[in-house]
Ligand binder design. Structure first.
Ligand SMILES: O=C([O-])CC(=O)C(=O)O
Ligand SMILES: [Mg+2]
Length: 387
């Protein structure tokens, strides 16, 4: 068996929203199809992948470096010991040929996108949902019930407090019990009004998380911490620059409640620096590393191993990105849950058709691969790339 083609298309996911650092008016992503010569139900197995929002499409890197390396490799160098399936670790090593360590840049996004498509193909060839394949391979107990929270609450031109309240209420109406909103794009006093407006409408048992998208210096992060610690927030996310581990560590002195970060750490080594030097507390803080931005599941497995070695439970991981790949990892390997964008970045985010959120959880359907075939608007886009 062999990989016969790797296709990429850069697609828009633009919207007028803004967080504290960027707007999404020109946002794109890469959609990838990995075409194999394995036939299932009379058709070649094709794996699909895409990168998470926030880092733009990676067509240049994929076309110039990573797809050619896969296609130039000897087919036997990419398959596993059964001879009947692709070995994602070997594909990863092939993509990483002649790449220096460190300075990860955005090649981690390009590789992560192809890696997603490879795992989709591997699970389809095995004829099972990816989360079942992962639990079998890595000795974990699969749990198809996954915690999900609703992310949104962006700064929208013209959207006042009422617009924010309507949005948050609509997430609660759809079964979520944790909702997330942006902070740091307005002065502290305005953000506190926005937060209090949302807190007022949350029924008991529901919680709010806030996300500053790396906007603050230490003193602003501390000012926010002093105000935010008066509330009962689900978490205070990405207060300062994602690579400023000292800021994160010092902030903990002022914020005894849960914090979250990690979506902009793109390698096991960066994640390890956060664990070593960021003062993150394994009894309450949350880790948001997103495989689709950070070299894929092959690297995420290394990150999970690192966490285990530092005594962190995988249940402290709730990845960024809101894609079905991380849902499978959560269900298969026992993460704490996954992000979800009920109304944003469609058709890429979300769940297979018919999957409902109940009391903040979804149940994974038993679809082969990652499950993209179960989401009709998404698979239509994907098939249009492959055909
Ligand atoms: O606004 C963004 O870049 C997305 C983000 O931080 C999140 O989903 O946590
Ligand atoms: Mg975030």
């Amino acid at each position: 068996m062999r990989i016969v083609e790797v296709r990429e298309r850069t697609a828009p996911i633009a919207s007028p929203i803004a967080n504290a650092f960027i707007d999404f008016s020109k946002m794109t992503l890469s959609l990838v199809a990995v075409v194999t010569d394995v036939i299932r139900d009379g058709k070649p197995v094709i794996g699909y992948g895409f990168n998470s929002n926030g880092r733009y499409g990676q067509g240049g890197l994929i076309r110039e470096r990573f797809a050619p390396r896969i296609l130039e490799a000897k087919p036997d160098d990419l398959i596993d010991s059964t001879g009947e399936n692709i070995d994602p670790h070997k594909v990863w090593a092939t993509m990483f040929t002649n790449e220096k360590p460190g300075g990860h840049g955005e090649r981690s996004v390009a590789i992560g996108t192809i890696d997603m498509a490879v795992w989709d193909a591997v699970a389809k060839i095995a004829g099972k949902p990816l989360f079942r394949l992962l639990s079998e391979r890595y000795g974990t107990v699969a749990n198809p019930k996954v915690f999900v929270y609703a992310a949104g609450g962006y700064y929208y031109p013209g959207k006042g407090l009422e617009g924010l309240a309507t949005e948050m209420k609509s997430y609660l109406d759809r079964g979520y019990n944790v909702v997330k909103m942006k902070i740091g794009g307005a002065p502290l006093t305005d953000d506190l009004k926005r937060i209090e407006h949302v807190l007022k409408l949350l029924p008991s048992g529901c919680q709010l998380a806030v996300d500053a998208n790396g906007r603050f210096d230490l003193s602003t992060a501390v000012d926010y911490a002093k105000a935010l610690r008066e509330y009962d927030l689900f978490w205070y996310e990405e207060a300062g620059d994602p690579l400023d581990y000292e800021l994160q560590e010092k902030l903990a002195e002022h914020y005894p409640k849960p914090m979250a970060t990690g979506e902009n750490l793109f390698s096991m080594q960066d994640a390890r620096n956060l664990i070593r030097y960021g003062g993150m507390r394994k009894d309450r803080d949350w880790l948001q590393f997103d495989c689709a931005l950070s070299y894929g599941l092959v690297e995420y497995l290394r990150t999970l191993e690192m966490l285990k070695n530092y005594g962190w439970s995988w249940t402290r991981c709730i990845p960024h990105g809101g894609h079905q790949m991380s849902l499978n990892i959560a269900a298969g390997l026992g993460l704490g849950g996954n992000e979800s964008y009920p109304d944003l970045f469609q058709p890429y985010g979300g769940f297979p058709d018919g999957v409902k959120v109940e009391n903040g959880h979804i149940v994974m359907p038993e679809l082969p691969g990652i499950g993209f075939e179960g989401k009709s608007d998404l698979i239509k886009e994907m098939r249009s790339l492959a055909s």
